[in-house]
Design a binder for this molecule. Sequence first.
Ligand code: GLC
Length: 592
Amino acid sequence: MTHIDSIADSSALELTSLNPTTTVIHPKSDSAREWWRSAVIYQVYPRSFADSDGDGIGDIPGVTARLDHLVELGIDAVWLSPFYRSPQADAGYDVADYRDVDPLFGTLADFDELVAQAHSRGLRIIADLVPNHTSDDHEWFKAALAAGPGSPERARYLFREGKGENGELPPNNWKSIFGGPAWTRVNERTSPLAAADDVSDDQWYLHMFDTRQPDLDWEHPEVRAEFEEVLRFWLDRGVDGFRIDVAHGMVKAPGLPDWDGDVAMVEGTTEPAEDGSTGAGNSGPMFDQEGVHDIYRAWNMVLADYAGDRALVAEAWVEPLSRLARYVRSDEMHQAFNFSYLTTAWEAAALRNVVTASLHASDEVGAPTTWVLSNHDVIRHASRMGLTGAAVRPNGIGKNDPQPDAELGLRRARAASLQMLGLPGSAYLYQGEELGLPEHTDLDDDLRQDPAWWRSGYTEAGRDGCRVPLPWESDKPGLGFSPTGKTWLPQPDSYKECAADVQRATEGSTFSMYRDALAVRKSHDLGLGSLGWVEEFAGSATVLAFVNNDVLVLTNFGETPVALPADAQVLISSGPLTDGGVPQDTTVWVQL
Ligand code: GLC
């Protein structure tokens, strides 16, 4: 390090004033605005949250029974991953009946009870809608197979003739996001539902995901009408909104042209582009077509018929952020997941860029920004952030893969979460992150259930490691997940000390950090607050600092602690402070 550098660095390692000069890049919002603009929304993955009937698979009554955990945590709404009737070929993201609860998870009456119990506690419920594809067990797909080529039943899906002399080649070169071709020939189907009369049928059908998840043809008016009815079915039952699965995928380019690019779930690189993009987006003729926006304009009108500011949130892996913002224009959806933020490397400059770009893009259309670090499709951030050296984040971690540094991962994850919760906008939490849960990284391969595992030719461990049943009570079998102790995936040893009862009773635990942060976030109205970058750290490579309302949020990424003014009142810290300084990989909230 040169002499000049060290001077520049040391002057940057002290917060000199509790009245810092800031450059405001996002204004404060009016506090009377819709609930979803500032909401902290907690994702429940039903099969792994809590089991009430002892079969080792979580269910809806299990969620109802544990609602008070969520009330104590201080969240505003619950997003439930799919609980509909499904053969579970992709853990419920393969829906056979959009108007019923799968017996695995309970009944419609159980769902109504959950909504009533949540509402009585002031919690809202967001359901997960999967409109891009159905299950191959859906009535429409079964009818399409039975009716044969050229039938009106087939027109609701994307059946096509193959190429080659005998139609033996798929209609185009698209790949499935889970690996392998995106087309299956009817007579080569390997589904347990494949029927004897499929044998002579040599058409192909498109599936951007598993072969058991045929894509619908959204040009078909019956498809559009059906989903508007499905929205109303759940709105009538009291849901407060929907998370829309693969929201950028429903409309395909006319003629389904060949495309040589790769399709992947959220991955990201460590080198963000100037606009803050990090590889969280996909392009190509199957994604982000103009036509999807007509669908959301129609759905916006369906929701507008209902009181209570019901909301639509887009799961759209689209970049750049200005492109994503088009999904949340005022007459379309209300929120979109910010995967650019999730995939940004743990670096001050990269995060400063993505936060600025996110706020600018959403402010441009008058929508709130969202923030997210974990979900059921990515490696839990307590482990992801302990992986060093990889340029592209892997899809899952297997026994033989490089293992994360657990201590570093948790330390960074806590700092990242505290930083995220200080940002204005809406934040999404994934069940168990409030307990500091790591990924299960040494799961036996023969237990894996994610279709990405076999469809990738066993090269991607897949998503099972972030879907392990939650630990509730440390001294019970199965850590209290189920009354019988059964768990559909085994829990790693490390989950014992993460159990909710241990976390609740331990000062400084991850749970208490989240709970305190959510309380301060609410009392200081941070969700609707402003964002101003603190000027003295504006170009710093090791410190990220911003002011939101009367709270200063500061993260130190570097080795040298950042000194705070002697009279600084620290509201929360993601880890212990050293001699009044903020050590590496630590975030603090300071009262101004
Ligand atoms: C979404 C879901 C993912 C699912 C896929 C297909 O990305 O989050 O879990 O596998 O869509 O429905």
